[in-house]
Ligand binder design. Structure first.
Ligand SMILES: [Zn+2]
Length: 257
């Protein structure tokens, strides 16, 4: 592509997105106006959020759509054209938001790490925004990671209504070995236990738990290949933890020497 063609394509893309964004603003205004008109008619409508609700008798809450569909006695006084106006504004808004979501325009994403607002980023898609969000995870926020934990990362674009999630595994730091050596993970049956033909291995649903011991320092490493993230219910994850040397591993080391 020549520079001129690229420039023209770029300009077209910007123009198209300016139109989308103006429409989003317009339709947001339309929606607000439609809701206000309904409020003005004193229908005791909570318009603070979408979907919004009408307090039914006895404290029961229904969406306006449900109310319109039901057409029961208690809702008969609502003018359907007001509901239609809201529905129309919502449909138009949702349609232009989808246009923006499909575009490659940079848009603002709010980053939520582990449930906490962690700034914003500009990105052309949720996957790009997630890549930035993952870098916001600060290992020093989790100084006492004793076993693998999973940190949820979420990005939300208020303008387009998009949302995306990811989960990042945070493994504990491997403790040091002795004399500047690297750990030498082994599975001597008399130390790690389990079945003699599968020392240090235990079935765990569709995976295994593996217990190993270091032939230099006597520390243990426990790997679970079917771990569960309690927060999300995701399973089949890999977790790792380390344990201090004990009498069995220290005796084993002494015997080896
Ligand atoms: Zn070691």
């Amino acid at each position: 592509m020549s520079d001129v063609v690229e420039f023209v394509e770029y300009t077209k893309s910007i123009t198209r997105n300016i139109v989308i964004r103006e429409r989003i603003k317009d339709y947001e205004k339309d929606l607000k106006a439609a809701k206000m008109e309904l409020e003005d008619h004193n229908y005791e409508v909570d318009t603070s959020e979408v979907p919004w609700y009408i307090e039914a008798q006895g404290g029961e809450r229904r969406t306006l759509k449900e109310c319109a569909d039901l057409q029961t006695e208690e809702w008969r006084n609502i003018e359907i054209k007001l509901l239609d106006a809201i529905h129309l504004a919502e449909t138009k808004l949702s349609s232009v938001r989808s246009d923006l979501a499909r575009s490659e325009e940079f848009r603002e994403w709010r980053i939520i790490v582990d449930g906490f607002e962690s700034g914003t980023t500009l990105a052309p898609s949720s996957s790009e925004a997630l890549k930035v969000a993952i870098t916001k995870i600060d290992r020093s926020d989790y100084p006492y990671v004793e076993t693998t934990m999973w940190i949820s990362v979420k990005v939300t674009c208020d303008e387009s209504g998009e949302e995306d999630l990811d989960t990042v595994a945070l493994h504990p730091d491997e403790p040091g070995c002795v004399d500047g050596k690297n750990h030498d993970w082994q599975s001597p049956h008399k130390v790690v236990g389990g079945r003699e033909d599968y020392p240090g291995m235990w079935p765990n649903e569709a995976g295994v738990i593996i217990r190993e011991v270091c032939g230099n320092c006597g520390k243990y490493k426990v790997t679970n290949t079917w771990a569960l993230d309690v927060a999300t219910g995701a399973h089949g994850l890999r977790s790792v933890s380390y344990e201090k040397p004990d009498d069995f591993s220290l005796q084993w080391l002494a015997d080896k020497r």
